[in-house]
Design a protein around this ligand. Sequence first.
Ligand code: 5AD
Length: 456
Amino acid sequence: MNRVYIKTYGCQMNVRDSEAVAVMLRGRGYRITEKEEEADIVLLNTCSVRDQAEQKAIGKGGYLSRRKRANPRFILGIMGCMAQNRGAELFDRLPDLDLVVGTQRFHHVPDYLDRLTAERAPGAPRPSTILDLEEEEGSQDTIRGHDEDTRRVSAFVSIMQGCNMSCAFCIVPKTRGSERSRSIEEITAEVEELVAGGTREVTLLGQIVTSYGRGVIPPLDGKSAFVQLIERLHDIPGLARIRFTSPHPRGFNRDLAEAYGYLPKLCPYVHLPLQSGSDRMLKAMNRPYSRQKYLEIVESLRAVTPGMYFSTDIIVGFPGETEDDFAQTRSLFEEVGYDMAYIFKYSIRSGTPAAGLPDQIPDEVKEERNQVLLKLLSESSRRRNQSLLHSEQEVLVEGPARKGNLYHGRTPGNRVVLFPASERLVGELVPVRVNRVTVSSLYGELALAGVDAAVG
Ligand code: 5AD
């Protein structure tokens, strides 16, 4: 009666939190299963960024509640951002819910499940429910354990949590709290451990990584705490690649752009959230930069690394967004020529400043703008991939692909590559000659004669 299935919604940070919870639960004797139907306990790790994400998790919770009828000892929990955002109200929405745990209390989940399971043993008194949304100093340091069962070539490492900005549309400062950073020593120790276990690539995670260490770790030789951290990790032998997400344009200063010039492990792929290309909208969103400033950052990065890859987040249909505002977003989108982008239709988040704004945009208009950008994205992505045809790319081999007999890996620019390989190449950096491309992937062959011969 201790098989746990964890379903994760939303961002990489949530994926990371779920992994850490799984590790803690395993340490307590629970079994983590990939099969929802065989689980005795289901935990939904949730997202609140848009209404759709919340509705999905609530729908799933409703569906899972039925399992209680067949099995009164079944346990359903909601963790993470929606837990923090909605709190006790979730028990009204989902009468069969047992557990609600916020974003700073993941490390208490094993205790809570122990208690809930004991209460549901035959003959135990009427079971209670648990709600825990406390803020806890130091909770960012508890997301540390990594799954040793699945050897991960590429791992997520949480370096900071929370966000002190106040973007008018965003619920995250409420769900994740104010900024807290882990120490450079803690993070370095975690990455060293990962590398000792076979990890070659890390993605540093935080709601606003460019604020890493702000106010705690002073700048050194003109370098921000974040750049100091990257430099330190860069020195770890065996670590091949460093990525991060998400920076904020405001904190993307010269020291970080220059780091790409002297830190070869720093991958030439920058996710730089734009939100809108219209200065008027940026102001309404309370995003403290201009279209011009954003373009200057892009240029400063291209000056250091001409082939730099860019991705972004865009919100279409923020209240008051006119055709002209959208045209500004569209033109900037074309000017940068993004390799990847996450385009969101504005979603009202109650409790945020934008929720009360007049001039909400009709859904048809949002959808139309969404489609325009998606089309531009697929064109620029295809263009990039076509430029890579017949080139040789350094690929970090991650594992067998889901389909066919191919393996998958990624280039420094984060392009997915599929190619014939063998298990012993997992975790290796190999040269791959690209011989076919689609909008989203590259296909190729190993470009080393010696390696080639050894495959199969
Ligand atoms: N509606 C739509 N998209 C949103 N995002 C954040 N809040 C909202 C909202 N209310 C998007 C932003 C952010 C990404 C993580 O989610 O683009 O960068």
